[in-house]
Write a protein that binds this ligand. Sequence first.
Ligand SMILES: *[C@@H]1O[C@H](CO)[C@@H](O)[C@H](O)[C@H]1NC(C)=O
Ligand SMILES: *[C@@H]1O[C@H](CO)[C@@H](O)[C@H](O)[C@H]1NC(C)=O
Ligand SMILES: *[C@@H]1O[C@H](CO)[C@@H](O)[C@H](O)[C@H]1NC(C)=O
Ligand SMILES: *[C@@H]1O[C@H](CO)[C@@H](O)[C@H](O)[C@H]1NC(C)=O
Ligand SMILES: *[C@@H]1O[C@H](CO)[C@@H](O)[C@H](O)[C@H]1NC(C)=O
Ligand SMILES: *[C@@H]1O[C@H](CO)[C@@H](O)[C@H](O)[C@H]1NC(C)=O
Length: 208
Amino acid sequence: MYTRMISAHRNLFAVCTVAVFCLASVSLSAPLACEDLTRPLDRLVPRHLEGRWALVAGSLSDPTQLEFFKRRDSSSVNFSNTSAASNILYTPSVHFGGKCHLQSFNVSLEGSILTFDVRDRVNLTVTFLNRSCKDCVLMRFDNESKELKRLFLFSRRREVEQREMEEFTAQAECLNMPPPVVMDPNKELCFEQSTSQSAPAPPETEQR
Ligand SMILES: *[C@@H]1O[C@H](CO)[C@@H](O)[C@H](O)[C@H]1NC(C)=O
Ligand SMILES: *[C@@H]1O[C@H](CO)[C@@H](O)[C@H](O)[C@H]1NC(C)=O
Ligand SMILES: *[C@@H]1O[C@H](CO)[C@@H](O)[C@H](O)[C@H]1NC(C)=O
Ligand SMILES: *[C@@H]1O[C@H](CO)[C@@H](O)[C@H](O)[C@H]1NC(C)=O
Ligand SMILES: *[C@@H]1O[C@H](CO)[C@@H](O)[C@H](O)[C@H]1NC(C)=O
Ligand SMILES: *[C@@H]1O[C@H](CO)[C@@H](O)[C@H](O)[C@H]1NC(C)=O
């Protein structure tokens, strides 16, 4: 079990008993263990997802995918039609090589888990994980063998506070993922275009 603790504050009032336990004053934020940092989000309201989220940082387990990832200018996801959890339109887009690559998927949300329409043959499971910044969504992508491939932090903002990035780094570390790569907040996001104008998503830019 992980015993690594993350603490935003110095526990000035911490009362440490002999060797094992530290009781922090309730007014201070308690240190978070990995178990807490990697918990799926509960009470995710589909409507809360509506609209566009910019990719702020990503952690990828596959070195080849990571290389392609670093070459993108920007990424975002757009959730629409969120009134029914069973029929949400999910549109990831990647700005890469001067072009906008985007594709829409019909997805459904059950609890914190997003699943794709079987017809789309996207063999990924997406889970929304808990995060402290309220205008962020943290998505973990697992492949068919339930192995974690990517952790992406999206936000309504283009960049997050340092402590929020530190939390994401700690979350990635807890999940044995590499340190996150931070996106350049000054690079333009894709404009949503009609599908005919956009280049199809090349495999290396898949971010479903
Ligand atoms: C939007 O969701 C409704 C169900 O809530 C569904 O009937 C409709 O087909 C969806 N629209 C699109 C464009 O996916
Ligand atoms: C999503 O589902 C609707 C209704 O079934 C369908 O009309 C639409 O083409 C689907 N969109 C995608 C991107 O699969
Ligand atoms: C997903 O899995 C199905 C069945 O196992 C397979 O036929 C398909 O090629 C896979 N799709 C991708 C994108 O890997
Ligand atoms: C999610 O995180 C927030 C703040 O970090 C915490 O207050 C909340 O209890 C957590 N929820 C779950 C289900 O872990
Ligand atoms: C899932 O990812 C793991 C680790 O990268 C890999 O070994 C495994 O073959 C992948 N499974 C599928 C079905 O692609
Ligand atoms: C998100 O998708 C909806 C539905 O396709 C579209 O109307 C809206 O303009 C998109 N938003 C952005 C920021 O691309």
